[in-house]
Design a protein around this ligand. Sequence first.
Ligand SMILES: *Cc1c(COP(=O)(O)O)cnc(C)c1O
Length: 431
Amino acid sequence: MKYISTRQQEQTNIKTAILKGLADDGGLFMPEYIPQLDSEFFENLPNLSLQEIGFRVAKEFLGESISDNNLKEIIDEVLNFEIPAVKISDNIYSLELFHGPTMAFKDVGARFMARMMSYFSEGKPMKVIAATSGDTGSAVASGFFGVPGIEVYILYPKGKVSPLQEKQLTTWGGNIKALEIDGTFDDCQALAKQILSDEELNLKFTLTSANSINIARLIPQSFYYFWAFAQLQKFGKPIVFSVPSGNFGNLTAGLFAKKMGLPVYQFIASTNENDVVPKFLETGNYQAKPSKQTISNAMDVGNPSNFERMKSLFNNDVSEFKRYIESYSFSDEETKLAMRKVKDEFDYTLDPHGAVAYLGIEKYSEKSNEDFVGVLLETAHPAKFVEVVEDVLKEKVIIPEKLEAFNKKDKQSVEFSADFESVKNYLIEEK
Ligand SMILES: *Cc1c(COP(=O)(O)O)cnc(C)c1O
């Protein structure tokens, strides 16, 4: 299988696509075609474990670039937590993607990417650079923690992440270094780009970036769409997924699953007030905008990076987009009401992102005549957004032991002003 940039100027194999992340022409890597799974796989699906599904699906994308045994080992390590489809109401299920080490769905992609990078770099020392505004950094840190040969540098904006998020970034030790930058997230991202393109640093080290555009973060996110079917197809009803979307990586992975043959009835792309994609589906015009701050802040994206991948999947055809995806945008007020309602009526606690997805299912059911099972992707544990959830539900949220453990550890960070030369010197002198 070849991997081709969405801007068509570059073509390579999966190993290079994963180690590079971004193509030289600025595009994102896509498989040259979407592989098909056979009917035997689908007939057998309800009997397969999450790990077996992961192996079968990943194998299609990775081909002979990795042996079956190595791939099985990696999949078993990555998927060592549950992804249950939990009943909210008669026809609505929550696919809980937050049972991994940092309690957000980004664990799935980051853990797989970390192991694939380590496998393909063949033990050669490598420095991974990641700028973060919060959740991504900890999933990346957790994914790479203890991986031999790899040093991770996380750049985060001082005073601009939540106290719990900061602990999740700064308490790893070992091969994870937290660089606390006196600046904004944009400064961190600019510094990361400067590091990655600096000639002297690139001569000294193998550098790579761990941001969300890496194809290795997308592939494993398709596994759990199959897994949801394995759990829910027994009801014999059409299955509709509502995906709370920001950069649209999660949704794009769902589209991969459907194009591989999974009979998904409908995708709903649910967004907060950052509504570039719902507007695009309404008007046919794609208009990037500056992002707005909301309570579902992991989806505050004004120019979703995976839009380019979706365009290539649909050959730039707006009517194809519309055939697969319904898209709706919701305000913070609506999101809070949904959290309240689901708690009162069904005794289930949604985080703000999951609540946006819940609203997408409600809105879709108003226009659909079909008796369907709606699956919302619950992308984070409510305790990650404890301030909002407690404020809305007026009750205490229990912090799971896994998150509490971060709170108990001591912060270790190295402080910098937003100045490239001092960060560069640190990287050189550090080892
Ligand atoms: C990143 C994130 C999202 C958005 O996922 P995309 O793949 O960027 O669309 C939704 N919810 C949570 C909790 C996230 O961390």
